[in-house]
Write a protein of this length. Structure first.
Length: 420
């Protein structure tokens, strides 16, 4: 199993290129199932989760080619299999996103029931109830969701009890081909949901309220392929900015925009970061100063994103003062604090709240990654710790960060990957 070896304490100063968004690329690749003519999807990141989604489309008989820039040409006219198999879904629960589009276009979908993961149980009840409201029959059989619709799905008025990104995306993709009007209330407003909606409109969908918590969709008979580039990855953007803040350094992240992570930028300014921005770049400069601890509470967009919580916990661990971190989205997403405490952090856990008192110096140690963003927090901690940190199980990281060690090396970090 690959590991990352990090020697901490080196100055961080440089510029890096942000990749396309994993959490926008995944639903947009699923949306290609809706197109009757070929699609071109560009700016895809070269990540394990993206290649898993492409493998899933391939195993359903979708024709696809990938160029050297990870742009995908996708033709779903030859599709013959309406099943998302267990061996793929178990490695990436976002495979559930093929359920809505497959049902809408073909009237049939069999998707292995996605299990939970390290951060929580991750139910899909809202996805399934919404599809049933649109006329689908859903059965759970031998670990598979077997969905059928007799003819076209029917538009419905759906109120989602919890703000769910995947649920909003699945139901949106089901609604665009349904007969009549669908209203999705309490919809997620994440930029990745907006990116998906904009792609669907480019394919011919009729969607109003994009970016708001109420989406109104008038179903159309068919959708066509289009050329679409996925947005920049806002979590990768935030991760590298926080890494520079924790390391008291400077980073300019390019091919991204400030407008997709305002809450994160405000927290970084609160921590003492000097932030400047341009049309497609953001620069953070700590001017060598120690970051100040910040309080944060995760919540659906535009509030502070849960996917940035672990990274800020690592920054708080070496900041001046005490910061409280409250996780409200997932029931078990503070797990990284145990590994941070093994590195000498002073973090107390009270339910879904971590009280983080900054220490002057973390100590490098062998640590274990448990999920994608927790892994990133351990890498950040290793960059600022004294001595060597070995991060194990970094397959978690490879799911969501393209060439993370190369990008961090460009900033001056002493980080390398070892196989085995
Ligand atoms: C998406 O996951 C992201 N993944 C996650 O990013 C992100 O953390 C999450 O949204 C929240 O922003 C992708 O986009 C591929 P949810 P998703 O449905 O859609 C509950 C990363 O690190 N819920 O918005 O699975 C659920 O339990 C990943 O890149 C139900 O109760 O998240 C959770 O408490 C991790 N019933 C809350 O909603 C449902 O039917 C939010 O989950 C669906 C969700």
């Amino acid at each position: 199993m690959d590991k990352l070896i990090i020697n901490g304490g080196h100055p961080i100063d440089g510029e890096i290129w942000i990749s396309g968004s994993k959490n926008s690329g995944l639903p947009i690749l699923a949306a290609t199932l809706l197109a009757e003519t070929p699609m071109h999807v560009g700016n895809l990141p070269h990540l394990n989760d993206i290649t898993t989604m492409l493998a899933l489309l391939r195993c359903m008989g979708v024709g696809l080619t990938i160029d050297e820039k990870m742009a995908a040409e996708i033709d779903t006219s030859s599709i013959k299999e309406f099943t998302a198999p267990y061996d793929l879904v178990k490695t990436m629960r976002a495979s559930i996103l093929v359920l809505g589009p497959m049902l809408a276009r073909f009237g049939e979908a069999n998707v292995s029931f996605p299990g939970g993961c390290a951060i929580g149980s991750r139910p899909v009840d809202i996805h399934l109830r919404g599809l049933e409201a649109m006329g689908a029959t859903i059965e759970i059989d031998e670990g598979y969701i077997r969905a059928r619709s007799d003819g076209r799905l029917k538009g419905a008025h759906i109120f989602m009890d919890t703000v769910t990104v995947g649920g909003t995306e699945n139901l949106l993709m089901a609604a665009v081909l349904a007969e009549g009007k669908t209203i999705l209330e309490n919809a997620a407003r994440e930029p990745e949901v907006v990116d998906l909606a904009n792609c669907l409109v480019a394919m011919g969908a009729d969607i109003k309220g994009i970016g708001s918590d109420t989406l109104t969709i008038h179903g159309v008979e068919r959708l066509s392929g289009c050329r679409y580039n996925v947005m920049a990855d806002r979590i990768e953007t935030g991760t590298f900015l926080v890494a520079a803040a924790a390391a008291r350094g400077r980073v300019k992240v390019k091919n991204t925009t400030e407008h997709i992570l305002e809450s994160v930028l405000l927290k970084l300014e609160e921590a003492g970061g000097h932030i400047s921005t341009g049309k497609d770049w953001i620069e953070l400069d700590m001017k060598g100063n120690r970051p100040k601890a910040v309080n944060l509470k995760t919540a659906p967009y535009p509030a502070f994103p849960t996917d940035m919580q672990a990274q800020f916990t690592a920054m708080n661990a070496v900041a001046e003062g005490t910061g409280t971190v409250i996780e409200t989205i997932f029931e078990n997403r503070l797990i990284q604090i145990h590994e941070l405490n093994r590195m000498g952090a002073d973090i107390k856990l009270e339910g879904n709240t971590a009280i983080v008192t900054g220490v002057d110096q973390l100590k490098g140690a062998p640590v274990m990654a448990s999920d994608l963003r927790a892994s990133a927090s351990l890498v950040i901690a290793g960059m600022v710790a004294e001595g060597e940190t070995i991060v194990d199980r970094i397959y978690h990281i490879d799911r969501g960060y393209e060439c993370i060690e190369e990008k961090l090396q460009l900033l001056g970090a002493r980080i390398r990957r070892t196989a085995g």
